[in-house]
Design a protein around this ligand. Structure first.
Ligand code: ADP
Ligand code: MG
Length: 727
């Protein structure tokens, strides 16, 4: 049974009845019941095997084949006890989402008593015929081999009748073909560097990790209406549609009460998440009508990312059961807020110390300022690359519009941390950081409010929020691994530069803490230009950012250049996260995806305009023409104009829009064909960006103008006001 891109989640959960147990039972009764977690391991693995696998999960120790046989046997037993018949290696190709290839446990050739086969080898490694996945030239078709290899640090889980095993996906020569491989390597790199710096600070033996708490925004739309919009079905966004007279002006949707139908969906979604051990915690309405958010408690990056991908898949199937479609596109509707996925990122120790958390003592605060300064420097030196990590065809609609971070990376620190750094620049010694403050509202029954030591700035793409950085430019449909891998790697490299200088000073006889303090000050001094606390949406900022040397490019294909600069290659090769060849292949894949997406949009728009909109507009134009002719017949040449003036005007406007849209579509067809003939590399992507995207916008204005003129009853597509408001 080989079935790629088959969405197990959709199939499996669609069959299941909606169980009503969530409200009536405690979460702890079913939390993680579909995960091969420690509780399951205690039941299905012997103590020695457990000890070894825990060591692998926690310390990355390599599993030997005998142990993996025991794990496979226990995992299989557990899965079969849960009614599972199939297993799949679950991986994250660069096309986005996740991919699976299902194999049955049953092996008809087996002569044993039990015909369910699942060996340690099958658990650890598989070779899917994955030639259809993009590799950016890493594999020629004649060596299309790709291997998936088990990632024991993310637990296996059950979806419907299938056991899903999280894996990395690499080529025959070991090059990364997925998002997970470099993420794991980047976590190891930052762990190495951060632990070394902590040792220099007098904290030896600390193991660190990167942590991630994502906030997933999404839109819901009624499934029937969705299926009547070919643009939503094929491109995940509306290519045409006039804004509704009411959308989000009143801001009455944000944190407003959640409609009952949506609430039922959310409850069901949370129930499914809990069974899979996804620690979702927060749910609320977002700014736009029909827009919502779900967020979990943060976890180690690897786990958080697997959980986010799983959530995006589960959401679709749960929405389907509730007759909704879920839209994860960054900008499904023009003129209405888009969706992002804020990535709350931090580095912390296993013993619970957040390295971006200010403390109470001077040494804790030195540690805090040191990790902060290094992070700011890493982001400053590589701001173009960090931006490239979130730049996609769909997210580019959002970045730079006045609703999401601008397409310029800067960091907001908040008044108190900013003040501490400013003070440090002037002082030779350690500075104080203002802590949380309490104040009384003067209402006796309300206790004192404790206010955080950071205020907020919604326009900042990379904002410090008390104990973490919140990277807000990430798109709602993205795999967070892209940006998190880059953040981890950049920080690891910067820390290593920092450590080298400190070590040199220590060798020359200086006190390590003094050297760290001095270097923290100088590191911050050299990257102050990344800090910006003002309005990121303003025109003045664009001018100022350019002066500061920050990257202001907003063209997606051009932004991709950052993946292969000398500096990027040096950093990624030094940290052993990605090689030059892998970086080049990634860039190629991203450009290819960009070309494909815009090309699909162009073709879909062509079809919509030619086959849906124009025939209807012509029909309405004819009704008006008929009406004018009739008026003329009744009132005669002289008098009829008095009554037909507005119709004549309307006919003129409609005719103009029809002919403009038609001729633009013809030009678009010719252009796309010409670009396609030249492949899907950088040159083609630039053409799509510079020429095709503006044409799509232009055609849209004519169609949207027709929507306002043509009889509402005749209009062939559901309108924004119907799509956006859920009752
Ligand atoms: P917001 O106020 O930005 O909407 P939320 O409470 O919705 O914040 O989400 C914040 C996210 O940040 C949550 O997933 C939370 O677990 C996560 N978070 C909190 N502390 C940290 C940390 N130290 N490192 C990473 N993520 C964190
Ligand atoms: Mg947030």
């Amino acid at each position: 049974m080989v079935n790629f891109r088959f969405d197990a989640v959709q199939r499996a959960t669609a069959k299941e009845p909606i169980e009503a147990i969530a409200p009536s039972r405690e979460t702890s009764d079913y939390y993680g019941c579909n995960v091969f977690n420690r509780a399951a391991m205690r039941k299905y693995l012997d103590a020695d095997t457990r000890r070894t696998i825990y060591e692998t999960i926690e310390r990355g120790a390599t599993l030997d084949t005998t142990v993996s046989e025991y794990v496979a046997a226990g995992m299989k037993r557990w899965a079969i006890d849960h009614g599972v018949t199939h297993y799949t290696h679950w991986f994250q190709p660069l096309t986005g989402g996740t991919a699976e290839k299902h194999d049955s446990f049953a092996d008809p050739r087996a002569r044993d008593e039990s015909i369910e086969k699942f060996s340690g080898k099958l658990l650890c490694q598989q070779e899917p015929d994955a030639s259809s996945f993009p590799s950016g030239g890493l594999r020629n078709t004649f060596e299309a081999r790709g291997y998936t290899a088990w990632d024991p640090s993310s637990p296996a889980f059950i979806i419907g009748d299938t056991l899903c095993i999280p894996t990395v996906f690499v080529s025959y020569a070991g090059e990364a073909l997925d998002y997970k491989t470099p993420l794991l390597k980047s976590d190891a790199a930052v762990t190495r560097a951060a632990s070394e710096l902590l040792t220099l600070m007098g904290m030896p033996g600390e193991v660190t990790h990167s942590y991630l708490g994502w906030e997933q925004e999404y839109f819901l739309v009624d499934k029937d209406l969705y299926s009547q919009r070919p643009d939503l079905v094929l491109t995940d966004r509306t290519l045409i549609g006039h804004v509704s007279s009411k959308n989000q002006q009143l801001e009455d949707h944000y944190f407003g009460s959640i409609p009952a139908r949506v609430m039922e969906f959310m409850r069901d979604l949370e129930f499914e998440c809990y069974k899979l051990g996804i620690p979702v915690k927060t749910r609320h309405n977002e700014v736009a009508p029909g827009q919502y958010e779900i967020a979990p408690v943060y976890e180690t990056s690897n786990l958080a990312i697997d959980h986010n991908l799983l959530l995006m898949s589960v959401m679709k199937s749960v929405a389907d059961k509730h007759s909704f479609a879920v839209l994860l596109h960054e900008k499904p509707y023009a003129g209405v807020n888009g969706s992002g996925k804020h990535c709350n990122w931090s580095i912390g120790t296993e013993s619970g110390i957040g390295l971006f958390s200010p403390g109470k003592t001077d040494s804790e605060n030195l540690r805090f300022l040191c990790f902060m300064a290094n992070t700011l420097k890493a982001v400053y030196d590589n701001n173009a690359l960090l931006k490239a990590s979130v730049m996609t065809a769909s997210n580019s609609h959002r970045l730079g519009a006045n609703e999401a971070p601008p397409a310029i990376i800067s960091s907001f620190l908040g008044t108190q941390v900013h003040a501490a750094f400013e003070e440090l620049l002037k002082s030779k010694d350690m500075v104080k950081i203002a802590g949380k403050k309490g104040y009384s509202l003067g209402i006796p029954q309300i206790p004192e409010l404790i206010v955080d030591n950071t205020d907020r700035n919604r326009t900042s793409p990379f904002a410090f929020t008390g104990n973490r950085f919140e990277f807000r430019a990430v798109g709602s449909s993205a795999n967070c691994s892209g940006p998190i891998t880059i953040l981890n790697t950049l920080l690891a490299y910067q820390l290593e530069q920092f450590i080298a200088v400190v070590k040199k000073r220590v060798k020359a006889g200086e006190d390590p803490l003094r050297a760290i303090l001095d270097e923290t000050r100088e590191t911050y001094r050299s990257c102050q230009a990344i800090c910006f606390d003002g309005n990121g949406y303003s025109e003045e900022w664009k001018i100022e950012a350019k002066k500061r040397g920050l990257d202001c490019e907003s063209s997606v294909p051009v932004c991709m250049d950052a993946y292969t600069t000398k500096q990027t290659v040096k950093i990624f090769e030094t940290e052993k996260v990605l090689t030059k060849v892998e970086l080049e292949s990634r860039k190629e894949v991203f450009l290819e995806i960009y070309c494909k997406r815009i090309s699909i949009e162009a073709k879909t728009l062509g079809d919509l305009v030619t086959n849906h909109v124009i025939p209807v507009a012509i029909r309405y134009q004819n009704i008006l023409l008929e009406n004018v002719k009739n008026l003329k017949e009744i009132y005669g040449e002289k008098e009829f104009k008095k009554y037909a003036a507005s119709q004549l005007d309307l006919i003129k406007c409609i005719s103009e829009d029809i002919s403009a849209a038609e001729s633009e579509i013809d030009r678009l067809d010719v252009l796309v064909e010409k670009i396609e003939a030249n492949g899907e590399g950088r040159a083609a992507a630039v053409q799509y960006h510079d020429k095709v995207v503006p044409m799509l916008e232009n055609i849209r204005t004519h169609v949207d103008s027709l929507e306002l003129m043509v009889d509402d009853q005749m209009w062939p597509l559901p309108k924004y006001r119907e799509l956006l408001f859920i009752h």
